[in-house]
Write a protein that binds this ligand. Structure first.
Ligand code: 9B3
Ligand code: ZN
Ligand code: ZN
Length: 429
C-alpha cells in the first residue's frame, strides 16, 4: 500500500513540478536598459522575433543605449526571452510580475463585484458599456448634450461625438477632445467619460468649468478607435492600431496617429503594415482618421483648441512632432503647457514633462495634433497621462481618479488660457 502511494507520487512528480512552475511564471512586464550596441540589437530582435509586446519605446527602431525599454512578455515566451537576455548578459527588472492577473481584474469590471465601492467613472468600461453611457448621458441631459454621428470605423462601428453646449451665442468658440486613438491606452477613454461627467455635474458649481462652458462648446469623441478598443477587451489587451485589413500584407491595423496628413509617413512612421507605427496606404486612408479630419475641417472656424488624450509617460505635448521646426506660436504653447504642468504639480504633486512632441518624445509624423495645428487650430495638444511605466497601459482602476483629475486640471488651465487669448485677439485684431 505504501509502495503504491510512493509510486503514485513519483509518477505525478513531474506534473506537480510543472504546474508549480507554470503558475509561477505569469505574463510579465520587464524593464531592460541596454548598455551596448550589441544589447540594443539583441533587444530589437527579441521584441520582433518572439511573442512579446513592446510598451516603450513604441517601435524597436527607437531602442537605444542607456534608455529604458518596457517589454510585455507573455508566460509562454518568458523562458526563451529570459534565456536570451541572460546569454547576452542583459540584466532586467520586473515591473509587473502578474500582468495577466491585472488584465483579468480590469476586464472583470466592478459592476459584477457588489463589494466594490468605486463609482462608474473609476472603472474601465467595455465598448458596449460606453455606447450605452453615451445614450444615457444624452437622454439625462437633453439641454446640454447632443450626440453627433461623425462616421464609422473600419468594422462599421459608429463614431459618436458628444457636444456639450449650454447656450447658442453667435460666434461661439469650441474645443475638441478625442480619446482612445490607441486601443490599449485605456485611461484615455476613461478620461473622456470623466471629463463629461465632471462638466455636467459642476457647471454652475465650479467657477472654471462654468467659465469654460459659458464661452465654448465642447466636442468629445470618447473612443476614436472602437474596433481596436473592442479587440483589447476580447482578444489582445496590448493592441494599439485600428483593425483594418491591408491589401499588401497579412498584418492588421494602421496606427491612426500616423495616418494624418502632416509630413505623412516620413521618419518616425513606417510603411510596413506589420509594425505598430504603420502609416496606412495614404493620408486619411482610415475611416476613423477621415471622420475626425472631416469633422474638424467643417468646424475649423469655431474650434480653437484641439486635444488628444493618450498614455503613458506623463507629458503635455504640442506641435510639432513631425518636424524639429518650432511652431509659429511656440512661446504661447510652451507657456500654456508649463502652466498646466505647474497646476498638476501644485495640486497633485506629480510631474509632467512638456514641450514640442519632436523634442520631448520622438520625431513622429502623421499625428492628429500636428494636422489640426496646420489646419489652423493654433492651440493643439496631446496629453500622455499616467503613469511612467510602473503599470503602463495596465493602470489599475484605483488610480483612474487621480490620473483623470490631474489631466482635468491641465485641460482647464489651457482652456481658460485659450479663452483669454482669443478674447484679447478678438478685441485687438
Ligand atoms: C505622436 C505623434 Cl505623431 C504626435 N503628433 N503627437 C504625439 C505622439 C505620441 C503618441 C504616439 O502616437 O506615439 C504617444 Se502613444
Ligand atoms: Zn497613444
Ligand atoms: Zn503613449
Amino acid at each position: 500500500m505504501k509502495a503504491l502511494l510512493i509510486l503514485f507520487v513519483l509518477m505525478n512528480l513531474d506534473k506537480l513540478l510543472k504546474t508549480g512552475r507554470c503558475t509561477e511564471t505569469q505574463d510579465q512586464i520587464l524593464s531592460i536598459t541596454p548598455k551596448t550596441q550589441e544589447q540594443v540589437d539583441i533587444l530589437k530582435n527579441v521584441s520582433t522575433q518572439y511573442e512579446t509586446a513592446l510598451w516603450q519605446p513604441v517601435s524597436p527602431q527607437y531602442i537605444k543605449e542607456e534608455t529604458e525599454v518596457h517589454l510585455y512578455v507573455p508566460a509562454n515566451s518568458s523562458e526563451i526571452v529570459k534565456d536570451l537576455l541572460q546569454k547576452h548578459a542583459i540584466t532586467h527588472g520586473v515591473l509587473l510580475a502578474n500582468a495577466n492577473e491585472l488584465i483579468e481584474m480590469q476586464t472583470r469590471n466592478g459592476s459584477t463585484d457588489p463589494r466594490s465601492s468605486s463609482t462608474f467613472y473609476e472603472r474601465y468600461h467595455s465598448l458596449d458599456d460606453i455606447y450605452h453611457w453615451i445614450n444615457r448621458t444624452q437622454q439625462e441631459n437633453p439641454n446640454m448634450v447632443k450626440t453627433i454621428l461623425i462616421g464609422s470605423s473600419y468594422e462599421k462601428r459608429p463614431l459618436y461625438v458628444l457636444k456639450l453646449s449650454i447656450n447658442n451665442r453667435p460666434n461661439k468658440k469650441a474645443m475638441w477632445i478625442d480619446c482612445g486613438i490607441h486601443a490599449r491606452e485605456w485611461i484615455s477613454p476613461a478620461f473622456c467619460l470623466w471629463f463629461v461627467q465632471n462638466s455636467l455635474s459642476f457647471y454652475k458649481l465650479n467657477q472654471d468649468i462654468t467659465r469654460i462652458l459659458d464661452n465654448m462648446d465642447v466636442y468629445i469623441l470618447p473612443v476614436m478607435n472602437p474596433d481596436g478598443y473592442h479587440y483589447t477587451w476580447t482578444t489582445n489587451r496590448m493592441w494599439r492600431k485600428n483593425r483594418s485589413v491591408s491589401k499588401s500584407s497579412n498584418c492588421i491595423g494602421v496606427d491612426l496617429n500616423r495616418n494624418f496628413d502632416a509630413n505623412w509617413c516620413t521618419e518616425g512612421a513606417s510603411d510596413e503594415p506589420c509594425t505598430e507605427i504603420y502609416c496606412g496606404a495614404f493620408p486619411e486612408s482610415e475611416p476613423e482618421s477621415q471622420a475626425v479630419a472631416n469633422f474638424l475641417r467643417s468646424h475649423k472656424d469655431s474650434v480653437q483648441f484641439y486635444l488628444s488624450i493618450h498614455s503613458y509617460s506623463q507629458m503635455l505635448l504640442f506641435p510639432y512632432s513631425c518636424t524639429l521646426d518650432e511652431a509659429e506660436n511656440h512661446k504661447d504653447l510652451l507657456e500654456m503647457a508649463q502652466e498646466a504642468a505647474q497646476a498638476i504639480r501644485r495640486y497633485y504633486r506629480n510631474t509632467y514633462k512638456y514641450g514640442s512632441g519632436a523634442k520631448t518624445i520622438y520625431l513622429a509624423p502623421g499625428g492628429s495634433d500636428d494636422w489640426a495645428y496646420n489646419l489652423g487650430i493654433k492651440y493643439s495638444f496631446t496629453f500622455e497621462l499616467q503613469d511612467r511605466g510602473r503599470y503602463g497601459f495596465l493602470l489599475p482602476p484605483s488610480l483612474i481618479s487621480r490620473a483623470c483629475n490631474e489631466a482635468l486640471i491641465a485641460v482647464k488651465t489651457i482652456a481658460l488660457k485659450v479663452i483669454e487669448k482669443t478674447k484679447a485677439s478678438a478685441s485687438h485684431p
